[in-house]
Write a protein that binds this ligand. Structure first.
Ligand code: BES
Ligand code: ZN
Length: 426
């Protein structure tokens, strides 16, 4: 890889005409065809047979990770982090190779430099990061219907607040759930066992870890196999990891995002204990490593696309238990599906009667972005307007006590999740 990098730079300088050949969109016409460039670089490295010196000033990363960033935002960040050259770039986006241990500094710098964190997206392989230079696949539009009133109402009656509060309490009691910390691994193992209880005596439910290439915290996937069209999949989930600064600091992550995992848990619990079996398959996922640039969901959504999994919709629950001064549920409008957001708004109107609205994050702020990027309709119903969001996130004070001490707000999102599951997986 070190050899490739240097040669790649010379290939990049040599031309951008390959972009047209590879069918890149006009928006990216200043870009380069990185695949062609890499292949050429590999070939000439092999024929040269010798070692090429590394980029000066940067030791080879022990745990390499590839990060894609908006070029316009790099200037505001810690220069020392960008000693090397970008591995690849187009007009708008540059890909850098970092050591995993540098991600904390990068994220921290971003939070300090921008009023809104711009977010960066990280990948365990260069190949996966290069996908960000291409235009993402279009998200298909579909028709939505709301016609399962009897079933929805019966299952909504199963949703309770207490199990949500219990799960938030258990998860936030881990010292932290950092994707590289030992307690972050423990929390994932615990959740696998907790969710395995739903599979007991139900042969159509199974639980499996999703193991990630570059870190040890596993994502957790519960599969509720559909009875009629099992190849069609609905995904409901949220991120399990949390963060407070960087390093092994205490991070309860009660709202960001034990709350979303707990709401997901309650959807799963209410549906199974309510004796429900969907026609389509539902996957409940607790994502590892969201705080590291959507690493976990990025790997999972890309694997689903590679395997041709037909995901009909994805509901991302991230920060659902801190109530703002007004309204109940706010949909993130960017990097999400407008059609699915409208469907969810319609579900609230039909079954729940909550006040809802919308806002724009301004960047791919949570795991929905990974699904959108892979061509799947995704939505994030959020706890408040962006400007009123929980001020304690990413600190040692993100506790249940600081979200009102109960799960009454998250309860609304679990109910929305139940309505969504029943009306989409029918
Ligand atoms: N839950 C947050 C995202 C969020 C925060 C959305 C506040 C709306 C309001 C998420 O866990 C997070 O921290 N995201 C990162 C970006 C991500 C790409 C690493 C962020 O916002 O800095
Ligand atoms: Zn966060």
């Amino acid at each position: 890889m070190r050899i490739v990098k240097i040669l790649l730079v010379s290939v990049i300088l040599a031309g951008g005409a390959a972009a047209a050949r590879a069918g890149y969109s006009p928006d990216f016409d200043g870009g380069i065809d990185v695949r062609v460039a890499i292949r050429a670089a590999l070939e000439s490295a092999a024929s040269a047979g010798g070692l090429v010196p590394d980029v000066p000033g940067r030791p080879a990363p022990e745990h390499p990770v590839w990060v894609s960033l908006e070029k316009s935002e790099i200037g505001a960040l810690d220069e020392a982090l960008f000693k090397g050259l970008p591995v690849a770039q187009n007009k708008r986006i540059a890909i850098y190779e970092f050591d995993d241990s540098e991600l904390g500094r990068l994220a921290d710098g971003m939070r300090r430099s921008f009023r809104r964190a711009p977010g960066f997206h990280a990948y365990a392989t260069l190949e996966a990061a290069l996908e960000d230079l291409k235009e993402p696949p279009a998200v298909p539009q579909r028709a939505y219907t709301v016609d399962q009133a009897q079933r929805v109402k019966a299952l909504l009656a199963q949703v309770k607040e207490e199990p949500i509060a219990d799960l938030i309490t258990t998860l936030s009691a881990y010292r932290n759930r950092g994707y590289r910390s030992a307690t972050g691994v423990d929390a994932s193992k615990w959740l696998q066992q907790r969710w395995a209880r739903f599979a007991e005596g139900r042969p159509y439910i199974s639980v499996a870890p999703f193991k990630h290439a570059s870190f040890s915290q596993e994502s957790v996937i519960v599969t509720m196999l559909g009875s009629r069209e099992p190849e069609k999949v609905v995904v409901i989930g949220g991120h399990l990891d949390c963060v407070a600064g960087y390093g092994d600091r205490p991070a309860p992550g009660a709202d960001d995002n034990a709350s979303g995992v707990a709401a997901t848990h309650e959807v799963l619990r209410a549906l199974t204990e309510g004796g429900y079996r969907p026609a389509k398959t539902i996957k409940f996922i607790a994502f590892a490593a969201e705080e590291a640039g959507l690493l976990g969901s990025g790997e999972i959504a890309a694997a689903f696309r590679r395997d041709g999994v037909n995901v009909e919709g994805m509901l991302n629950l991230d920060m659902v238990n801190y109530k703002g001064s007004q309204g109940d549920i706010y949909f993130v409008t960017d990097h999400t599906s407008a059609g699915q957001n409208a469907f969810l708004g319609g579900l609230i109107d039909a079954y729940l009667g909550y006040a809802w609205g919308e806002f724009k994050c301004g960047y791919g702020c949570s795991d929905h972005a990974s699904w959108t990027k892979n061509g799947y309709p995704a939505s994030t119903p959020f706890e408040t307007l962006f400007k009123e969001h929980n001020p304690f996130i990413h600190t040692a004070n993100d506790t249940l006590a600081n979200s009102g001490g109960n799960a009454s707000h998250a309860f609304k999102f679990a109910r929305l999740g139940v309505a969504y599951a029943v009306e989409l997986a029918k």
